[in-house]
Design a protein around this ligand. Structure first.
Ligand code: F6P
Length: 545
């Protein structure tokens, strides 16, 4: 058995779980009018209410004991100070340096990374100003009207999620588009209606060798050259974001038009780097820096606040409580904000690629459950899709509800209705509805219909966190994103896994590369298992020349 599950801290939590697992949240609220005050925190305009969790006064100290047992405070310092905590790849993990707004030196291998970061931010600012003012012209002298970011995973989803969330700050004269999927439908549909004369492509890829991105980039170049004819025009319409100068040059993009980032920025943590260029072009560099500022303030909070009052630490520890003791295998992200429609998708990669691991830092198989399944979609849509299971299904699904007190728009009625749902759902999940309450709402005859009564009972006791903030601004979004990043980190530390590699995505890539040449001819394929062979051969029969 691992040292984690045999530790005093873990055993104490297990005993606490055994004692409290059936305690009722409804009763806890009835007995303690101070419960909200005890279990809620603020950072700037963000209110974090975690009082609707299955915890009592002993729970947080016990979870904090576990965090201390695993050395969390020292590991937080190790991350912020550039120690090589990505042990398999022997790298520092320094997305926090990208938003280090007080600019204090941070060293990797004895070299301060801040001057390089500031240089790239300056280059982004100049470029954004030139494009947004129209000083930067396309090959026929027209200003740029559309930016197409080509990149996948962190190089696509991050900028897309932020740009879509911050649409109210976006330029009306410069639209952004995102292409990630190698399925040609993605690029064909995004390029529909765009003009090569006024389109700027950003090719974003850490290594500049990701298959999907390179194929999309080639198709974009062909689409562009079909009109421009002249390869010298590429310089006005293609820029690269990468850590890999050689591969950028090989692709044919002038390295003058390259925005650099570094191997200590993980792909799924990269939107704070030049990977955020499409965001900065769309919302302006000042707003992009506000996003960085919001994240920086979350970083300060995470680094300097005792664990029992530390929002990301509590988010992570509550996740451990449900995953490892209540055996809740997923959690759901529920922004009551249509602009945050890619938030759950983004943290699906952020969390599952980071913590979907089954060996610990010593390479030993873990004997406890690690990364949870992350899913979700904006409220209120989700209410008409999967909330039934959350209220009455057999699975316990901890939820995070997020909402802004003010919309950017001004239609009557909508916002109060939205917020009434944002408030009611956690209440309903927590309270449930007893048999007695069900019967009170039924006719005398219905009260004797046992099946009807049983179907209408809600057990309740279903936990949630609520985040309420003043308005969705770049700064608020930056803070929220950093909270979730650090929550993932906290859990990785407790589980003693490396949250910063992603070896699990390799095998599929290698096998796809082996299959690709087999699709190039009509020969019958026999080199795989009989299922894969049959599927390959069926594809070859079905495809049209
Ligand atoms: O899914 C694997 C992965 O490496 C992600 O971590 C990353 O965000 C994505 O692929 C894209 O990688 P790159 O930026 O190197 O193209």
């Amino acid at each position: 058995m691992s040292s984690l599950t045999t530790s005093q801290a873990w055993i104490a939590l297990q005993a606490h779980y055994n004692q409290t697992q059936n305690d009722s949240l409804r009763v806890a609220f009835a007995n303690d009018p101070e419960r909200y005050n005890k279990f809620s925190l603020h950072l700037n305009d963000i209110l974090f209410d975690y009082s609707k969790n299955r915890i009592n006064d002993q729970s947080i100290p016990l979870l904090v004991d576990l965090a201390n047992y695993t050395g969390l405070p020292a590991k937080i310092e190790a991350m912020f100070t550039g120690e090589p905590i990505n042990t398999t790849e022997k790298r520092a993990v320094l997305h926090t340096a990208l938003r280090n707004r007080d600019n204090h030196p941070i060293y990797v291998d004895g070299i301060d990374v801040m001057p390089g970061i500031n240089q790239v931010l300056d280059k982004m600012r100049h470029f954004c100003n030139a494009v947004r003012t129209g000083e930067w012209k396309g090959y026929t002298g027209k200003r740029i009207t559309d930016v197409v970011n080509i990149g996948i995973g962190g190089s696509g989803l991050g900028p897309k999620m932020v740009s879509m969330t911050l649409t109210p700050y976006g330029s009306d004269n410069l639209l952004v588009h995102y292409v990630s999927n190698v399925d040609q439908t993605n690029i064909v549909e995004e390029l529909k209606g765009l003009s090569p004369e006024t389109t700027l492509f950003i090719i974003a890829s850490k290594l500049f060798s990701t298959q999907e991105t390179m194929i999309n980039a080639n198709s974009a170049r062909n689409w562009f050259l079909d009109s421009a004819k002249d390869t010298s025009a590429i310089a006005k319409h293609f820029v690269a974001i990468s850590t890999h100068t050689e591969n950028v040059a090989k692709f044919g993009i002038d390295t003058e038009n390259m925005f650099e980032f570094w191997d200590w920025v993980g792909g799924r943590y990269s939107l704070w780097s030049a990977v955020g260029l499409s965001i900065a072009l769309y919302i302006g560099m000042d707003n992009f820096e506000e996003l960085l500022q919001g994240a920086y303030e979350a970083d300060l909070h995470f680094r300097n606040t005792p664990l029992e009052k530390n929002i990301p630490a509590l988010m992570g520890l509550l996740g451990i409580w449900y995953n490892n003791f209540f055996e809740a295998r997923s959690y759901v992200l529920l922004p009551y904000d249509q602009s945050m429609r890619y938030f759950a998708d983004y943290f699906q990669q952020g969390d599952m690629e980071s913590n979907g691991k089954s060996v610990d830092l010593n390479g030993d198989k873990v004997d406890y459950s690690t990364g949870q399944i992350v899913w979700g979609q904006p409220g209120t849509n989700g209410q008409h899709a999967f909330f039934q299971l959350m209220h009455q299904g057999t699975q316990l699904v901890p939820c995070d509800f997020l909402a802004a007190a003010n919309s950017h728009y001004r239609l009557p009625e909508h916002h109060d209705v939205l917020i009434s749902n944002f408030l009611a759902q956690p209440e309903a999940l927590m309270r449930g509805k007893t048999e007695e309450e069900v019967k009170q709402a039924l006719t005398h005859e219905e009260q004797h219909d046992a099946v009807l009564v049983a179907s209408k009972v809600f057990d309740g006791n279903r936990p949630s966190n609520s985040f309420l903030f003043e308005k969705m601004t770049p700064k608020t979004l930056g803070t929220l994103l950093a909270f979730y990043e650090h929550k993932i980190f906290v859990q990785g530390v407790v589980w003693n896994i490396n949250s910063f590699d992603q070896m699990g995505v390799e095998l599929g890539k290698i096998l796809a590369n082996a299959i690709l040449p087999e699709l190039k001819n009509d020969a019958v394929i026999k080199s795989h298992d009989c299922s894969t062979n049959a599927l390959i051969n069926a594809y070859k029969k079905l495809r049209q020349p």
